[in-house]
Structures are given as structure tokens and as C-alpha cells.
Design a binder for this molecule. Structure first.
Ligand code: HEC
Length: 163
């Protein structure tokens, strides 16, 4: 077959292939990539801001004690444990607590921690930072995350304003 004939055959084959199957695979991959904090800037919904304003700090503290404190200290005089010290985590560039060995994924994620990035990370940690070594999947419930963030924000030299 001539080169031209081959070319025509390939074009024909390509047009016969269901175009959607190729396109779908590609966009699924793109989606996954674009959902990481390296490529995605999350924002807060008005509903979530409302939850933050009405947050139950005691519930946040209880949740932290139960789910996070096994790996994280948060008090000013705390130290890195299995996870990095969370004192002053608001405003920190991700992956930069002194003396803690982060994953490459966290070190290279490029974002800083604020209400929106923490909220997004804590919803599903593997989506936000693929390759993270924090062995905790996430918190699907908005209200629990809001309570938790309202608690964590206080552990800061200069606690941030509520958004
Ligand atoms: C099983 C241990 C473990 C648990 C449970 C855990 N973490 Fe972590 N956390 C880690 C580790 C390890 C890292 C470092 C991740 C990396 O380098 O990829 C981390 C990183 C983080 C970071 C990024 C900090 C920075 O310096 O960039 C935040 C924020 C965080 N954790 C919050 C929490 C909160 C809030 C909870 C409770 C809901 C929690 N973690 C539960 C182990 C844990």
C-alpha cells in the first residue's frame, strides 16, 4: 500500500473510532491532575462561610483530639510528631514546618494554608495533594470541617480573620 493509502486508512479508522472514548479518557486524567492544589485554587461557598461564623469550637476541639492529635501537636510548645506541628499552620507555605520530613508531593504542592486550601485539603487529602503521606482520607461533612477550622485557627501567633 502507498503511503497515501496508509494515511487514508488511518484517517478512516480514526473517524470510525467513537471519538468520545478517546476524549473521555484524556479529560478524566486532566480532571484528576487539575483537582490537585498544585493546579487548582479553591474558594469558599457562602454556606461554608456561614458555617464558620456559627462554628462549634468545642465540637472542633473534640474532633481534633479524636482524629488529628494521634499524629499532630497543635499547641505553641508542641513538636513535630508523626505529622508536623500545626501551631501557626494558617499562613504557612505547605510542607515547610522546620525539621519535618514531608513527602515530595507536599513540598512541591506550592500553595499556602488558609481557610479555602485547608478546607479543600481536609475534604479529601489524596485529591488535594496526590502522593501525600498523611494517612487520613478526609472529612466529607462541611459542618465538621468548619468546626475543626474554627478551632485550628486559634492556634496562631496572629489568628486570621474569619472570611
Ligand atoms: C496518621 C497520622 C495523621 C493523622 C491522623 C492526621 N495527619 Fe495531618 N499530616 C500527617 C503527615 C504525615 C503529614 C505530612 C504529609 C506529607 O508530607 O505529605 C500531615 C500534614 C498535614 C497538614 C499540612 C501541614 C503543613 O505543614 O504543610 C495539615 C494541615 C494537616 N496534616 C492537618 C491534619 C488534621 C486537621 C488532621 C485531623 C483531621 C490530620 N492532619 C490528621 C499525619 C497525620
Amino acid at each position: 500500500m502507498t503511503t497515501q493509502g496508509l494515511l487514508l486508512r488511518s484517517i478512516l479508522l480514526l473517524t470510525l473510532l467513537p471519538a468520545s472514548s478517546l476524549a473521555e479518557d484524556a479529560s478524566k486524567e486532566d480532571d484528576k491532575e487539575s483537582q490537585s492544589l498544585q493546579h487548582f485554587t479553591p474558594t469558599l461557598t457562602e454556606e461554608f462561610k456561614e458555617l464558620l461564623r456559627n462554628a462549634d469550637m468545642e465540637a472542633g476541639a473534640a474532633f481534633f483530639d479524636k482524629k488529628c492529635s494521634t499524629c499532630h501537636d497543635i499547641a505553641e510548645d508542641g513538636i513535630n510528631q508523626k505529622g508536623p506541628l500545626l501551631w501557626n499552620v494558617f499562613g504557612r507555605k505547605a510542607g515547610t514546618a522546620e525539621g519535618f520530613e514531608y513527602s515530595e508531593a507536599m513540598k512541591n504542592s506550592g500553595h499556602s494554608w488558609d481557610f479555602a486550601t485547608l478546607n479543600y485539603y481536609l475534604t479529601r487529602t489524596d485529591r488535594a495533594v496526590p502522593g501525600r503521606i498523611m494517612n487520613f482520607r478526609g472529612i466529607p461533612e462541611d459542618e465538621i470541617r468548619a468546626n475543626l477550622l474554627a478551632y485550628i485557627m486559634k492556634f496562631n501567633t496572629e489568628p486570621p480573620e474569619l472570611p
